[in-house]
Design a protein. Structure first.
Length: 139
């Protein structure tokens, strides 16, 4: 069994963003040389997420509205966490809703994604550099 570890780094210019990272994960898989196995992709920061869904702009807008309804950014004073001097309590909650990581099967050297599935990095407290871990194991 082989193992490959790679970090992807992102810095979004906005507080919130959804980035399709499928090509970068596929590049990491290619670099690994692994043909059969599993690929873990996880956000290494507590206000960011990795998830799988469709790359469709209407769905992305729906996510923004849904997340903002469930965990609105403002008023900042509504969150106990923000009493520590932070203003990102909503980002922690959004991350919890969207998830920390995904695991994708690797078959014949390809990410074994379903129709329309893509891997996304969800940023909920951006404007600073954050990383995503890609860990691939297999043969």
């Amino acid at each position: 069994m082989k193992s490959h570890r790679q970090e992807l780094w992102f810095e979004t210019p906005t507080r919130r963003a959804l980035l399709n990272i499928t090509p970068q994960v596929a590049d990491a898989l290619h670099a690994s040389g692994i043909r059969e196995g599993l690929c873990l992709v996880n956000a290494m920061h507590i206000t960011a997420s990795v998830f799988i869904n469709d790359d469709e702009s209407g769905l992305h807008a729906d996510y923004e509205r849904w997340l903002e309804k469930l965990a609105p950014e403002k008023p900042h004073r509504a969150y106990d966490h923000n009493r520590t001097g932070e203003d990102n309590a909503d980002a922690h909650l959004k991350r919890q809703l969207m998830g920390r990581e995904v695991v994708v099967a690797i078959t014949a050297g390809q990410l074994d994604l379903g129709p329309w599935e893509q891997i996304f990095y969800g940023e909920f407290d951006g404007r600073r550099r954050k990383r995503v871990l890609v860990k691939i194991i297999g043969a």
